[in-house]
Design a protein around this ligand. Structure first.
Ligand SMILES: C[S@@+](CC[C@H](N)C(=O)[O-])C[C@H]1O[C@@H](n2cnc3c(N)ncnc32)[C@H](O)[C@@H]1O
Length: 343
């Protein structure tokens, strides 16, 4: 597979349209590289030693070298034809690049000693590897990195589980919303924090608090039952014993926050067969523990729309009132503490 992947790129006639083809096939290529550069925590002036795996035509390396003008790159690729295009693109920047023609599965032989590299980066290249080869290459990368070094891979990926896929989609949508709201960065602190919370396979979630916005016929009822509610932001993880805040949706004639309570039952609704993307739904019952003491809901929250200000009101507005849809969502500890102040 990999030998063929390299050979496919080692034909000058074929790869001369590579970058033009990439523009058409991956219109977000530039943003991907920008995000990858934004997450790196190094000062611009740092003299970083970097490696690009599959440097290709030098697209990522060019942006890296411009971003870190005192840094150097070891650019590895199996296809000489691609490296020739990289040299043509990089012109004078090429003085800060050492080109190595070779198979990056043999990284140990191609790269300098362990613990000497600040950053290894790659784009659209590692997907050419089989799963075992990916693991081997990643182990080599970890060996090469200095303590605190970074590995950044900008590639097209398929998540290994539906939970991870839906978590990644939430982060993606959050990023889009933040950019639409005028954030200069493609990748905010909030997205990074959310990424850091990705549960590993088999890992149990940490304790969460939830809130639901839905139609409530009797805001002073002792118990509430909600059937097949849409969940977002981790809402699908709700379980018996969890704390939940109840908003009676203003769109359905309710006054907003009405009660807090404890979940007495939670049941996931089975996914429909043959439908690829579905919002997870749950049915829950709640035993009320407190009734709200002062009004709080859409009117109080609507002015909190600077999506990056980190305020609990903004989180609640973003999660529950940005769209009219009813939903059940996980909320942060800060938002939970804030809501407790209304009881
Ligand atoms: C799709 S291109 C991506 C090039 C560039 N990183 C970019 O973002 O446009 C994949 C590159 O990885 C190289 N490649 C694939 N497998 C490789 C391997 N095992 N060792 C070295 N290079 C490899 C190919 O020769 C090709 O240049």
């Amino acid at each position: 597979m990999t030998e063929r992947s390299i050979a496919a790129y080692d034909v000058s006639q074929r790869v001369k349209t590579y970058d033009a083809d990439m523009e058409l096939m991956h219109p977000n290529r530039s943003k991907m590289v920008q995000i990858a550069l934004e997450v790196l925590p190094f000062p611009k002036a740092a003299a970083l030693q970097a490696i690009e795996l599959g440097i290709g035509t030098g697209y990522f390396t060019e942006r890296f070298l411009n971003n870190f003008p005192n840094s150097r790159v070891l650019g590895i690729d199996g296809a000489q034809a691609m490296i020739e295009l990289a040299k043509a693109r990089l012109t004078s920047l090429a003085a800060r690049v050492e080109f190595v023609i070779g198979d990056f599965r043999n990284l140990r032989e191609l790269a300098p000693g362990a613990g000497t590299i600040d950053i290894v980066f790659s784009a659209y290249a590692l997907h050419h590897l089989s799963r075992p080869d990916k693991k081997t290459v990643l182990r080599r990368v970890v060996e090469l990195l200095v303590p605190g070094g970074w590995f950044v891979n900008a590639d097209l990926i398929v998540a290994g589980s539906p939970e991870l896929e839906s978590h990644l989609q939430e982060i993606r949508v959050t990023g889009i919303v933040e950019r639409a709201a005028g954030s200069a960065k493609f990748w905010s602190e909030k997205c990074l924090r959310a990424l850091a919370r990705i549960p590993r396979a088999g890992e149990r979630r940490t304790k969460m608090t939830f809130a639901i916005k839905a139609a409530v016929s009797d805001p002073r009822a002792r118990t509430f039952a909600f059937t097949a509610q849409k969940t977002m932001y981790g809402g699908k993880h709700i379980a018996r014993g969890d704390i939940i805040f109840v908003f009676a949706s203003e769109n359905e004639g309710g006054p907003g926050l009405v009660a807090s309570g404890v979940v007495t039952s939670a049941k996931a609704i089975a996914r429909k067969r043959g439908v690829a993307r579905q919002t997870p739904r749950v049915s829950i019952t709640i035993k009320r523990s407190a009734i709200v003491k002062r009004p709080f809901g859409r009117s109080e929250l609507k002015r909190f729309c600077d999506w990056n200000d980190g305020r609990p009101e903004t989180e609640l507005n973003f999660k529950f009132y940005r769209q009219a849809t009813n939903k059940l969502a996980g909320i942060s500890n800060e938002a939970a503490a804030f809501l407790r102040g209304f009881f």
